[in-house]
Design a binder for this molecule. Structure first.
Ligand code: G3H
Length: 249
């Protein structure tokens, strides 16, 4: 099955609202590729101006996080309905920085994934191993666990529409990219895991991204791999180079 590629920037904690609008204006003409779903994942405070700046373009906006409750006394959190009302289409969930620095567990990620679906937001659910886990030879076991817990109670129909981002922690922001073979091996393993949980149709439909030091020089080779359906791009998504990544071929 031909899956449409999805290439998402994750701006992380970068760009003030005015800087964000300037960046969108710079990137807009550079990210024109109808064969790719283009997503800008932006800090919460940038969502409203970025959605406005992206109107009439092929760019969808993602939040970088979301809470799993509807509303109420959760100081500092963002509710799913707020994202929907602001025009957000995707939400990045369970990024390793959220797991490592803010203590998010796979159970939390699962609650957020389910809540995102309730509100019609497409989750980009992240998973990935540390260098230590890779050296211990437990990469696939760890990722299978993250994926299985993250997908609990998600229906096959929902899973078909979502995105899983494989991001080895040792490759994030380090300039150390996984080789295309390493990335393919794990993305294939994730697809097999999805097939075990659901069925082949679901596994063939779900889109799996690679993230970790993706740049204009390595994107084409990574995205040519059979089970890699695009990328989740950090540092390079803040530069005009993101256009080269989106137009990788
Ligand atoms: O979500 C994106 C990843 O954490 C990758 O970041 P990076 O491209 O700066 O390595």
């Amino acid at each position: 099955m031909a899956r449409k590629k999805i290439i998402a920037g994750n701006w992380k904690m970068n760009m003030t609202p005015s800087e964000a609008v300037k960046l969108v204006e710079t990137l807009k003409p550079l990210v024109q590729n109808d064969e790719v779903d283009v997503v800008f994942g932006v800090p919460a405070i940038d969502i409203v101006p970025v959605v406005e700046a992206c109107k009439g373009t092929n760019i969808a906006v993602a939040a970088e996080n979301m809470y799993f409750e509807e509303k109420g006394a959760y100081t500092g959190e963002i509710a799913p309905a707020m994202l929907v009302d602001a025009g957000v289409k995707y939400v990045i969930l369970g990024h390793s920085e959220r797991r490592d620095y803010f203590g998010e567990t796979s159970e939390d990620v699962n609650k957020k994934v389910l809540k995102a679906f309730e509100h019609g937001i497409t989750p980009i659910m992240c998973c990935g191993e540390s260098l230590e886990q890779r050296e211990q030879g437990i990469t696939m076991d760890w990722i299978r666990q993250q994926v299985k817990v993250g997908l609990q109670n998600v229906t096959a129909e929902q899973a078909k529409t979502m995105v899983i981002a494989y991001e080895p922690i040792w490759a994030i922001g380090t300039g150390k990219t996984a080789t295309s073979e390493q990335a393919q091996e794990i993305c294939k393993g994730i697809r097999e895991c999805v097939a075990e949980i659901y069925d082949t149709d679901t596994a063939e439909a779900i889109r799996i991204q690679y993230g970790g030091s993706v740049n204009a020089g390595n994107a084409a080779e990574l995205f040519a791999m059979a089970d890699i359906d695009g990328g989740l791009v950090g540092g390079a998504s803040l530069k005009p180079d993101f256009g080269k990544i989106v137009c990788y071929k």
